[in-house]
Design a binder for this molecule. Structure first.
Ligand code: DER
Length: 258
């Protein structure tokens, strides 16, 4: 119960700080925390109606995200329906882990490709995460990096990941109904690749070596190396999100929205 209330507090604080009714395009991430974010947006719009004839459009990051938007009675607009050069004013999303510089591990919900598309089309990326996610470095609590790969290439990507030091990378399988690998909204597979704790850019500035020696990487170097592997569509490291506002707001006795 404490975790749910922390998620909700973080979501309402993040929306209060970063959403307003005159916004036109707002990104909505995936997972359980963002449900509270949508609840907070709905409440905000009820209390602060948009200007007359103004439409608030919400850009989903996958099947479930669209469902959450629709169930809240908000208007979804698909990413590929956005007008030409329109940018989203803000994107709200969750994360599996966040480090001291607000780099994120994402992909626990297997939506990382669309999440990153939407995040990088937003002027501001606001990550809503409860205290469990808030770590000094990535891969402290969350064990592995989710990677979205083309099915045909999954075995070769696993081989490449081993060469980068992830000896136990695995295809994500359904534990329940469906046997065999799960498929994303793009009909791709997800590989979860464990690595040693990732150094932050701050560590590198302080002289730590994140070049992969003994399997020790820094966030930026490893994200780039994985993204370059043939067959990889996207990697679940969100580092230095464009325009990310490093917002940390302490809340009395509750979540620290990051
Ligand atoms: O998949 C993701 O990156 C999601 O944001 C997700 O992992 C966060 O999930 P949660 O809000 O249910 O913890």
């Amino acid at each position: 119960e404490r975790i749910e209330s922390a998620k909700r507090k973080a979501a309402f604080r993040a929306v209060a700080d970063h959403f307003n009714s005159s916004m036109r395009f707002v990104g909505i991430g995936s997972g359980s925390t963002i449900v509270y974010g949508v609840e907070a947006i709905k409440a905000h719009l009820a209390a602060n109606p948009p200007p007359p004839n103004h439409m608030n459009w919400f850009v989903p990051t996958g099947w479930n995200s669209r469902k959450v938007i629709e169930e809240a009675g908000l208007l979804p607009i698909a990413f590929d329906s956005l007008p030409g050069d329109a940018m989203l004013e803000v994107c709200f999303d969750g994360a599996d882990e966040v480090d001291e510089e607000l780099n994120c591990i994402k992909g626990g919900g297997a939506c990382l490709f669309q999440e990153k598309l939407v995040a990088c089309r937003s002027k501001k990326f606001v990550c809503i995460a409860d205290y469990r996610k808030d770590q000094k470095r990535l891969l402290t609590n969350w064990p592995s990096i989710p990677i979205e790969v083309a099915p045909i290439a999954h075995a070769s990507v696993l081989r490449e990941l081993k060469l980068l030091g992830s000896t136990n990378a695995k295809l994500r399988e359904h534990s329940l109904a469906k046997t065999g690998p799960i498929q994303t909204d793009q009909s791709f597979y997800i590989i979860d690749a464990p690595f040693k704790t990732l150094l932050s850019a701050l560590d590198v500035k302080n002289g730590h070596d994140g070049s992969g020696k003994d399997g020790v990487w820094d966030v930026d170097t490893l994200a780039a190396r994985i993204k370059q592997i043939n067959g990889v569509l996207e990697v679940g490291i969100f580092a230095g999100m464009n325009g990310v506002q490093a917002q940390r707001a302490g809340l009395q006795g509750g979540a620290r929205p990051v």
